[in-house]
Design a protein around this ligand. Structure first.
Ligand code: SF4
Ligand code: SF4
Length: 338
């Protein structure tokens, strides 16, 4: 990434963080799915199919417009494999036109010099690729050996920030692979992070002693900003619950291919309201509601967004929220009767 573009991005990030600290009334990060289809079938993944069609560009743009109108700061395009969407460049361009930071999560398979140059032109600012192992196996083909050539292309041509995420847990056979991946990423000039893989319902699998050791080594190699923001991972690696306030459904939004708002990829169905009908009332309810799955949650990006508000606005249980809602309705009825 060119130095001038990197500095501009850092300034924009700083202004988005300041805005998020001053006001809690807008989404900070949205993950948007323009396509559920994927070319791979990772053993731990519950976020793909092999048959669905790409969502029409105009529909995706209208969802981006709604996110921009809600004041969203960052939109990350995810999947399935979003690089399979034939109009991905226009999607990214539209995020930038609406003044938001444009990110992409991909399995890396489709990067060629020509494709990377098109993403530069579209205005992509962040890319994350997760690499699960060194050699492909029955759990995952997101492997360093298969992707190394793609990483070299990215190192040479990408004018956007590239982060390589390695993973530990969840059936990954050789924990040492995470260290090999992180070292290679650093060598090529990328930032690195490490994630603990969740099981099929998004909750924690405790790490073995060897995994814990590698996990700490990879963290040391990685992106210092992320390491500072990911305190929760130390508790999770120890198999201990972590106390935090998940603001999913408000500060973080997950928009599926059907245009519904969900808490996150692992809690689809809640609240399950169409984005086009999402109001600040929905936002406030989700912002203030405690999530049952928070103590063992491993989703890094939602934790990072949560840090912005962890120091304010304690949350209430769904039961307390329902009671308050009933109280408000009763007062409303009395006023109407009057
Ligand atoms: S590449 Fe990503 S979306 Fe596709 S199956 Fe693997 S983890 Fe799931
Ligand atoms: S705590 Fe939040 S981000 Fe984590 S699984 Fe639950 S709803 Fe999703």
């Amino acid at each position: 990434m060119k130095k001038s573009k990197f500095l501009k991005l850092k300034v924009r990030e700083a202004s988005f963080i300041t805005r998020a600290l001053i006001s809690s009334k807008h989404p900070v990060l949205a993950h948007l799915i323009p396509m559920r289809r994927c070319n791979l079938a990772c053993g731990y993944c519950n976020e793909y199919d092999h048959t669905s069609k790409p969502i029409d560009l105009e529909i995706v743009k209208s969802r981006l417009d709604k996110l921009a109108d809600l004041g969203t700061s960052i939109v990350t395009i995810s999947g399935g494999e979003p690089m399979m969407h034939p109009e991905l460049d226009q999607v990214i361009h539209h995020i930038r036109v609406r003044g938001m930071i444009a990110g992409l999560i991909s399995n890396g398979y489709y990067f060629t010099p020509e494709r990377i140059k098109r993403l530069n032109k579209a205005g992509l600012e962040y890319l994350q690729i997760s690499i699960d192992n060194v050699e492909p196996d029955e759990v995952s083909r997101k492997s360093l050996r298969v992707l190394d050539k793609k990483l070299r292309y990215l190192s040479e041509y990408a004018d956007f920030h590239v982060n390589i995420n390695s993973v530990i847990g969840g059936g990954i056979k050789n924990p040492d692979d995470a260290l090999t991946v992180a070292k290679r990423a650093t060598e090529l000039g990328f930032s690195t992070t490490v994630g603990v893989i969740h099981d099929s319902d998004g909750t924690l699998k405790p790490l073995l002693a060897k995994e814990k050791d590698i996990f700490q080594q990879v963290k040391k190699l990685g992106n210092k900003d992320h390491a500072r923001l990911n305190w929760f991972q130390d508790s999770i690696a120890e198999g201990k619950p972590y106390n935090w306030r998940c603001r999913a459904g408000a500060r973080y939004l997950y928009i599926c291919e059907d245009g519904l708002v969900h808490w996150c990829s692992q809690q689809r169905g809640y609240p399950g309201i169409p984005l086009s009908e999402y109001t600040m009332e929905d936002f406030d309810r989700e912002y203030n509601t405690e999530k049952w799955c928070a103590p063992t949650c491993t989703l890094q990006c939602v934790h990072q967004v949560g840090i912005l508000d962890n120091w304010r606005d304690p949350q209430k249980t769904p039961e307390q929220m329902a009671k308050e809602q009933k109280g408000r309705e009763a007062v409303g009825e009395m006023v109407r009767a009057d």
